[in-house]
Design a protein around this ligand. Structure first.
Ligand SMILES: Cc1ncc(COP(=O)(O)O)c(C=O)c1O
Length: 356
C-alpha cells in the first residue's frame, strides 16, 4: 500500500532525491568512490559545495550583502550561535512556541534577553500582534513557522533593529525578502534536505559587533571565510540538500512551490472547516501552510484513537499531533504532494460518513 508521509521532520523528500542519494552512495560523480567516503578536499566535492551555495542564492534571491554557511549541530545549536554572535547588551524575542522559548533561553546566558510578546496564554495558537520592538535592542528574534502549533508568520516584518529568524520549518516554502533579515537560520530536515546540516544566511555587516571572545567554531566569520569547510562538513547531508535544491529549481523554484503549498493547505484546511468531526487549533489568520494541526470536534473526542487507526490502515504516516497540542498534525512540506493531501482528505470524509 502506498504510504502518505506527513512526518514533521525529518520528513518526506522527493523520490528523485532518494534515487540520487542511492547512486552517489555507490559512486560519487563517477569517481569510483562513495559520497560517504569522498574527501571534502577533492575538486568534485568543492564543485558540489559551490553548486549548493549558488542554488541557495538563486532560489532565495540572496543579495551580495549576505553569505550562506552550512554547519552541523542542529538548529538548536544555532540558538546559541545567534546570541553569542549578535547579543552585546539586549535582545528581544517573539515567543510563539517551544522553539522560540528554547532560543530565548540560550540568549539569556549572554545578556539581557526577554520576550516582547507571547501567545503562551492560548497555547501558542496565534501570532502576537501590536507590540513595540525596542529601538535599543541588538536584534529581534522570530520563529517564522511554529512546527508544533501550526502557526506561521507569512510576511517579512519591518523591524527597527536587526531581524533574526528561525526558518527551520518554512524555508523555501514561500518567497522571502532576504534583505530584510540580518540572519536566517534553520535545520535542513524539513524542506531542504535530511537531518545533519543547518543553513545560516548572514548579513555580513551584522557580525563583529560583540565584545566577547568568540570560540573559533562559534564565530560565523570562521565559516564564511572558509566557505563552510573550516572543519569536515556534513558531506552526505549537504549532498542530499544540493539534490533537494535542484529538485526545487526543477519545480519552478520557490515561487511555484509556494502556489502548490498554498493549494495543499487550502485543500486540507477546507476539509477541516467543513467536516463535522474535526476542528483546527490555530487561529485562522495565522494558519501555517506547512504544519496543519487539528483535533476532534466537541462531542467526537472519544473517536480520536479510532481515527488514528483508521488513517493508519489507509497508509497515513506521522499524523499524530505533538503531545503539547494533542490530536493530529499533518506536515505538508514541499515534497508532500497534492495527492498525499487528497488521500488524507478522503480518509477524513470516509470517517465522517461512518460517524456523523
Ligand atoms: C522551528 C524549529 N526550530 C528549531 C528546531 C530544532 O531543530 P534541531 O532538531 O535541528 O535542533 C525545530 C525542530 O523541529 C523547529 O521546528
Amino acid at each position: 500500500m502506498k504510504k502518505h508521509v506527513f512526518n514533521a521532520g525529518p520528513c518526506l523528500l522527493p523520490q528523485e532525491v532518494y534515487d540520487k542519494a542511492i547512486e552517489a552512495i555507490k559512486d560519487f560523480k563517477g569517481t569510483g568512490v562513495s559520497v560517504l567516503s569522498i574527501s571534502h578536499r577533492t575538486k568534485e566535492w568543492e564543485e558540489t559545495m559551490n553548486e549548493c551555495r549558488a542554488l541557495w542564492r538563486e532560489l532565495l534571491h540572496i543579495p551580495d550583502t549576505h553569505e550562506i554557511v552550512f554547519l552541523g549541530g542542529g538548529a538548536s545549536l544555532q540558538f546559541l550561535y545567534v546570541a553569542m554572535n549578535l547579543l552585546e547588551k539586549k535582545a528581544v524575542y517573539l515567543e510563539t512556541g517551544v522553539w522560540a522559548k528554547k532560543a530565548l533561553k540560550e540568549a539569556k546566558g549572554f545578556g539581557e534577553a526577554y520576550a516582547i510578546a507571547s501567545s503562551a496564554d492560548k497555547n501558542y495558537s496565534y501570532i502576537p500582534k501590536g507590540y513595540e520592538i525596542p529601538a535599543d535592542a541588538d536584534y529581534f528574534h522570530i520563529t517564522t513557522n511554529n512546527t508544533i502549533y501550526g502557526t506561521e508568520i507569512k510576511e517579512d516584518y519591518d523591524s527597527p533593529v536587526p531581524l533574526v529568524a528561525d526558518m527551520s520549518s518554512d524555508i523555501m516554502s514561500r518567497p522571502v525578502d532576504v534583505s530584510k533579515y540580518a540572519l536566517i537560520y534553520g535545520g535542513a530536515q524539513k524542506n531542504v534536505g535530511p537531518a545533519g546540516v543547518i543553513f545560516a544566511i548572514i548579513r555580513k555587516d551584522a557580525l563583529g559587533k560583540v565584545s566577547r571572545y568568540l570560540p573559533t567554531m562559534i564565530d560565523y566569520r570562521t565559516h564564511i571565510d572558509k566557505e563552510s569547510m573550516f572543519n569536515t562538513p556534513p558531506v552526505f547531508s549537504i549532498f542530499v540538500m544540493n539534490e533537494t535544491l535542484k529538485w526545487i529549481k526543477a519545480q519552478g523554484g520557490v515561487e511555484a512551490l509556494h502556489k502548490m503549498n498554498q493549494a495543499k493547505a487550502d485543500l486540507l484546511y477546507g476539509e477541516i472547516d467543513r467536516n463535522k468531526i474535526f476542528v483546527g487549533t490555530a487561529a485562522k489568520e495565522d494558519r501555517s501552510i506547512m504544519n496543519v494541526c487539528f483535533v476532534m470536534a466537541p462531542g467526537f473526542e472519544d473517536l480520536q484513537d479510532e481515527f488514528m487507526a483508521f488513517a493508519k490502515e489507509r497508509g497515513m504516516v506521522g499524523i499524530k499531533g505533538h503531545r503539547s497540542v494533542g490530536g493530529f498534525r499533518a506536515s505538508i512540506y514541499n515534497a508532500c504532494s497534492l495527492e498525499d493531501v487528497q488521500a488524507l482528505v478522503d480518509c477524513m470524509q470516509e470517517f465522517e460518513k461512518l460517524h456523523a
